[in-house]
Ligand binder design. Structure first.
Ligand SMILES: [Cu+2]
Length: 295
């Protein structure tokens, strides 16, 4: 590599580091998120990280100490021993103990992630090329969620709309998923064509949506707000243009929103819809049947 080339490569690398607003999100770590599970996953991640840091400090410490202490200039005559059963047993047992100690909290969290019992609301999410369909199971509300008009215009060449001018470019939709706060929401994931994956980083949850299968995740968000995610399984040409937006609202706001949606869906059923939020729960067989029916 010529000198000029080297310098320009370094300059380019520095330029990238200084790119400023384009790389404003300098978050290196996982997000803590706004759900019970996301916080637990974050805690687990930090615990394992610090264990790894301690191991690295211990191992490299011993290594550096040995390199310095037993350097050739200080010890011209090398030791001649080989094998030490005691040392070998110790350096086998210690890692086993560490791994088991790490597996216990990890397994606890994994079990919790898979535990979708006692959910208060079930939503069937179906991925399509290139949009999401949300079905509030048993509530008679379902709709498609697609990229918002502004982002869609900005992504077209020569549209006259610049991506920088669009708020939440490629992370906004026409109809967001609306859920109540402090409610265990079970999400049944499937797809109508190819593999997709439903992902909301602030919920700590991501899972594949597979045609013909029903995958389950759950979340319980405890901070109202708008949370954005994306399709996380390469699903074709517009994979980057099917964001996920979830609005977490207060229980009253959610009930009002649902009633409005129900009234719009079936004007005759409007009075019934005004009643309390139905606690929808169904068996996995029922969910598979409803997916099968939809196909
Ligand atoms: Cu997709």
């Amino acid at each position: 590599m010529s000198k000029t080339l080297k310098y320009s490569a370094v300059a380019a690398a520095l330029g990238t580091l200084q790119a400023g607003p384009a790389l404003a999100a300098w978050d290196l770590n996982l997000r803590v998120g706004v759900t019970e599970l996301s916080r637990e996953i974050y805690g687990l991640h930090m615990l394992i990280l610090w264990i790894c840091v301690a191991i690295a400090v211990a191992v490299f410490g011993v290594m550096v100490y040995s390199i310095v202490k037993f350097r050739r200039s200080a010890h011209p005559e090398p030791a001649t021993f080989s094998h030490n059963t005691k040392a070998e047993i110790i350096w086998t047992i210690i890692p086993v103990v560490i791994l088991v100690a790490m597996a216990i909290p990890a397994a606890e969290t994994l079990v919790k992630i898979e535990d979708t019992r006692n959910s208060e609301l079930t939503i069937k999410v179906t991925g399509y090329q290139w949009k999401w369909h949300y079905d509030y199971v048993g509530a008679g509300v379902n709709f498609f969620s697609t990229l918002d008009k502004e982002s869609n215009a900005a992504r077209q060449p020569n549209s006259g709309v610049a991506p920088e001018d669009v708020e939440n470019y490629l992370l906004a939709v026409d109809n967001p998923l609306v859920v109540p706060v402090d409610t265990k929401v079970r999400v049944l994931l499937t797809a109508g064509d190819v593999l997709h994956a439903w992902w909301v980083p602030d919920f700590g949850m991501k899972k594949d949506a597979i045609p013909g299968f029903v995958n389950e995740i759950w979340f319980k968000a405890d901070v109202p707000g708008t949370y954005r995610g994306q399709c996380a399984e390469l699903c074709g040409r517009d994979h980057g243009f099917m964001p996920v937006v979830v609005e977490v609202r207060s229980k009253e706001d959610y009930a009002a929103w649902l009633a409005e949606k129900q009234a719009a869906a079936s004007p005759a059923a409007a009075p019934a819809a005004a009643a309390n939020v139905p606690a929808t729960n169904l068996t996995i067989d029922g969910a598979i049947a409803s997916v099968a029916k939809a196909e």
